[in-house]
Write a protein that binds this ligand. Sequence first.
Ligand code: ZN
Length: 217
Amino acid sequence: MSDSDVPSQVPVECPGCGEETAHEVLKPGGHATVQCTVCGHTHKVEVPEPTTVDVDVVVSQDGESYTATLDGEPDQQVATGDEFIVETEEAIQQVRVTSIELSGDRRVEESDLDHAATVWTRVVDNVAVNITVHPKDGRRDETRSLKVYVPGDYEFTVGETVSFGDDEIEIEGVQVRDEAADTYRHEKFDHEGDMVYAKDVKRVYARDTKTAAWSAW
Ligand SMILES: [Zn+2]
């Protein structure tokens, strides 16, 4: 058989039974020959081809972005917070939906693929996390920014001391991204033991454990 996508049985309105029954496909094609599995009546019928739609996906990672494609059935739902795998020639990446655009620039939080024009996502299997670090002596006006690259499921726990390269910092607070806020109880965490996954982090606030200040020299 040349077309392996044609199912061997299809639900079809049977002229013999007068209702929809399972039919065996005897001869596939646009006008297929089918036989009712209930009464044995053989007739011709138009078999609708299974349809899929392609939706543009914008994948953002650390300020850069590229376009990929999501294909699925037209009535398949996509919503902000959903995660799926995007495959391109360069990479296979886990992404999370941040926004859905319908035609006419209208942004929604949920849609079926048939109506979605563009799905905006960001990479969550490897993420860049911005950390605001203030000096050991606690002066908040002399902060610096640190950007670290970690797996999406890396755990930032308030109160823990962690090292990134030459930096050693104690995590004092974590701010959660908007699209992940529903999953967490708060948008900002600052109690010892509070944990947020890196892919959900908007910003980490930390204290330098080694250096008191940077501007002095
Ligand atoms: Zn029948």
